[in-house]
Design a protein around this ligand. Sequence first.
Ligand SMILES: [Zn+2]
Ligand SMILES: [Zn+2]
Length: 843
Amino acid sequence: MAEQNIPGTGSGYDPQKIEEKWQKRWAEARVFESEADPSKPKYYVLEMLPYPSGTLHMGHMRNYTIGDVVARVKRMRGFNVMHPMGWDAFGLPAENAAIKNNTHPREWTNKNIAEFQRVLRRFGFSYDWRREISTCAPEYYRWNQWFFLRMLERRLAYRKKSRVNWCPKCCTVLANEQVVNGGYCWRHEDTLVESREIEQWFLKTTAYAEQLLDDLKQLEGGWPERVILMQRNWIGKSQGAKVKFVVADVAGAGAIEVFTTRIDTIYGATAVILAPGHPLLPKLLEDSPARAEADAKLAKMRQASVKTEDLATMEKEGFFTGRYALNPFSGENVPIWVGNFVLMEYGTGAIMAVPAHDQRDLEFCRKYGLSVRVVVQPPEGEPLIEEKITAAFDEHQQGKLVNSGPYSGLSPQEAIAKMAAFAEQKGFGRSETIFRLKDWGISRQRYWGTPIPVVYCSKDGVVPVPDKDLPVLLPPNPKLTGMGESPLASTPEFVYTTCPKCGGPARRETDTMDTFVDSSWYFYRYCDPHNDTAPYDSAKAAYWFPIDQYIGGITHAILHLLYSRFWCKVMRDLGLIMHNEPAARLFTQGMVQKGGVAMSKSRGNVVGAEEMARKYGADTGRLYTLFAAPPEKDLEWSEESIEGSWRFLNRVYRLVERHGHAVRRVKSSAGDLTGVQDPERNLLRKTHQTLRRVTSDFESRWHFNSAIALIMELVNEIYAQEPLEECVRPGAMKEMLVIVTLMLAPMVPHLAEELWEMLGHSDGLWQERWPDYDPKLEKEIEVEVVVQVNGRVRGKFLAPAGLRESDLVERATSEQSVAPHVSGKRIVKKIVVPDKLVNLVVA
Ligand SMILES: [Zn+2]
Ligand SMILES: [Zn+2]
């Protein structure tokens, strides 16, 4: 740290002064404001909108810096750029904080928004603040309600009684995805989630299951493969068949329908296994000898809900119901069991266990001593022997059927078609495609969310609130306790209303919407944030959409993105838009870690964004987060490297400070290179080579870190030739400094503007285009090098000028015409004339 210029000493580079100055100029010149204009090419870059809670730390800033660099580069490239920012402002933390501090959630939220806004402005992010939205504003959530009503009209919103995950601490329903670690609340990792049955509102995401899956193809190349795969698995399409097993020994119990993707293995089914919540179970257990034992086991199984991704690894538990069911193909009675790994929400809530051909079934059957029967033999190798199987043979569509009555000898593929047809003909089964994707339960028993716009009338039932009465406003003074049903239910002035249909007394729905509703379409509102007659103007959306670059954390790879894709398709079918997918490209940035773990307030390892700006300036913070790691990788925070970034910016500042005066009035030009000598020639070449590589790092793969490294290297080479004025003409000097400044502009925009001014420009850098490199200048000069061995010319080759001695010798000895004269011999002497001659003496 030998550098003179320590942050805060006020000499030379003063980021506090510079940053404030340029932020003011940009705002005055309205540099970042853009309007839909079909005559210009557009670019819509967006970072996922933040939840305004806690303190903005450098983990957040990395995300916004990446987005800002992209926005600024695209502006310099001549695009009409939209880069907006807003707030995901509804949600539990506001409500919990309000309960704790006895304030209103709105107060807490607005305070946080003001704070977030201040810090984002301090970092100079190029947002069009006129487009700012806040999802808790009635002008916004009104349109959530409007969309809900449209979905209600199209039966895409419906109400049903359903079993839900209930967190006793949150006192609200949780989505399946909010149940983590095999049954705990995502917010309360020590609280087991319970299962309860209540009336809920659902959005019919399953109506779009096929499209949500198919359209993933359109996103290939633009979205990370990993995210596409996660979405595909979440939607979880399976082709198979449903088959009925009639309950054999309980009169009137009917049949158990199982779903299987392998009907061809049905002769190998040695049990039927039900989900713990299967509706037939009480009847089966009624007079069963297994009854007493069953109750205790069921209670345990029902307590925690199971997530599909845990199924493969979880310990399989089960018990025998004492009952049997008839396999409709083999005519055999098989035992009916209950298993914790069978989910009521998937398929029919019942499976047939085929242990020889399904690993999960095998583990279960071995554990409980159920028999194993081979019905498909592999195409090659040793035939399977039932007693010895440790791994199920579950290769799809391979091998031949055995022990399968009239189907023996068929391939699995032939058998699947024939058996499904037979089942259909006999009326006990049919082919079917099922999805893992469920409808989206949106009811939440909390205050701080969008009220669901329906009323309940004793005469008319469920009555939608008419559009003209939207928004249904949240009551201003709720009683928030965090307990029991929705706080809206204990606010009489909200609950009691009149029926829009008959005018009689009615009650309002008191649940609010899941906050994922808010974030499902917010990016459309940015196109037209103040529209009070529609969610947005379709022409504006048609111009700006799809989003050209969406940036956010991998944590949103499933839910937020799936719900927004669903919403997009609904809006398309409502005629609001024409496209199928909201975002053409998605980027998921790495995390910022400190001490090996992600920065988070609860871990106490955050580096506050504001503290960073105060100490080093926003530009150093921006540069560091870009330089420390490639954007997709995790970044380990290092105070030393920040010092490095700070020193680099100081070096650039001093370079321009030293030479700015000399070049202010000069035209920036490299001019004609004839007669120009090194080091000027060399520096110009290096400058244009750097520009070419930095351009490609920005455009194609976002290698911001390597772009910065290249610029640092260039600056070092320029420094190495000091005093510059003695060896470089002013026009060329200006050219180099201008290019360095423009290359830095997207990353450290405040400093770049200041340097631009120091170089004699009176118009802001923000009006500048990205420079083009000069192919003539960046090209290496080639020289012809002659190779002699023991004094005789043996060959010649072309090489870039200025190659090092060792490189020249290596090139010389590997020349085809030279190699025979040196191979197997010892080189006793090398005489090298740079750029001209390699003379080797061998013995
Ligand atoms: Zn909870
Ligand atoms: Zn009525």
